[in-house]
Design a protein around this ligand. Structure first.
Ligand code: SAM
Length: 239
């Protein structure tokens, strides 16, 4: 990207989109199913084990709640770079057992020891970053995961078929009309702008498969697709 064309990635949720983030499920009716699936992938592997679980980009806690419910014995650390989002999560009584960390996720991962984490979960976070950052993040995820550990990434990971993708992207934009009947009709425009930046940072299935390999993960699986969103999981191979 040219310097003047650079996308400011570190404050994509510091505006109205972040303050009113919990209204997004109005435009994405599958939101709850997506969050359940992110947690379910990890639960299937570890059932009720007392695992070490790191969540990247927890935002207001919509993914975190599902993780805590599905894995009641897990030790959960949830990381987010945006104070506006994290403060909303911290106020949630259901999340009292969670350790919240205000940090860039890559900086946080870099501080963790090798093979110290059983599972990494992330919801709608990684697509917000440029490809080189995504690669660095998956490299670190692979380093901190124990062999047999799981990555569960529910995200805007778009089909490789460009025509299919544009069809889904158009449907997703239409969904933003749902904000017209709320107290915040201006969110339609804010989210349209956000979606077009997502498009410029486009995260494809092909790239996600490659990043699972970068993390040293096999058994790569895409479970479900809801418009441009899917859940991709992988299991860290033993060396
Ligand atoms: C779309 S929200 C998703 C929140 C929640 N996981 C969900 O699915 O509802 C994405 C979150 O990722 C956070 N984020 C973006 N870039 C980040 C980074 N580099 N490090 C940590 N968090 C980041 C944002 O602040 C935001 O709260």
């Amino acid at each position: 990207m040219e310097k003047d064309d650079q996308i400011k990635i570190d404050d994509r949720f510091s505006n109205k989109v972040g303050v009113e983030y919990d209204l997004l499920p109005l435009a994405l009716p599958f939101y709850d199913a997506l969050q359940n699936e992110i947690a379910s992938v990890i639960q299937k592997k570890f059932t009720n084990d007392p695992i070490v679980l790191v969540e990247l980009g927890c935002g207001t806690g919509l993914t975190t709640i599902k993780l805590v419910d599905a894995l009641p014995r897990a030790r959960v650390t949830a990381v987010d770079v945006e104070a506006i989002m994290l403060e909303q999560a911290k106020k949630n009584k259901k999340l009292e057992s969670v350790a919240f960390v205000l940090s860039d996720l890559l900086a946080y991962l870099k501080k963790l020891p090798d093979a110290s984490v059983d599972a990494i979960a992330s919801g709608y976070c990684i697509h917000n970053m440029p490809p080189e950052y995504r690669r660095a993040a998956f490299l670190e995820m692979g380093r901190v995961l124990k062999p047999g550990g799981v990555i569960s990434n529910g995200d805007k990971i778009v089909p490789d078929d460009i025509l299919k993708y544009w069809e889904l992207f158009r449907d997703e934009l239409s969904g933003l009309r749902a904000f017209r009947n709320t107290k915040h009709p201006e969110l339609e425009g804010e989210w349209i702008e956000h979606y077009f930046i997502d498009d410029r940072l486009r995260f494809t299935e092909l790239e996600q498969k490659d990043l699972m390999a970068v993390a040293g993960c096999g058994n790569v699986n895409f479970s479900n697709r809801w418009m441009t969103t899917t859940v991709c999981s992988g299991i860290k191979k033993s060396v």
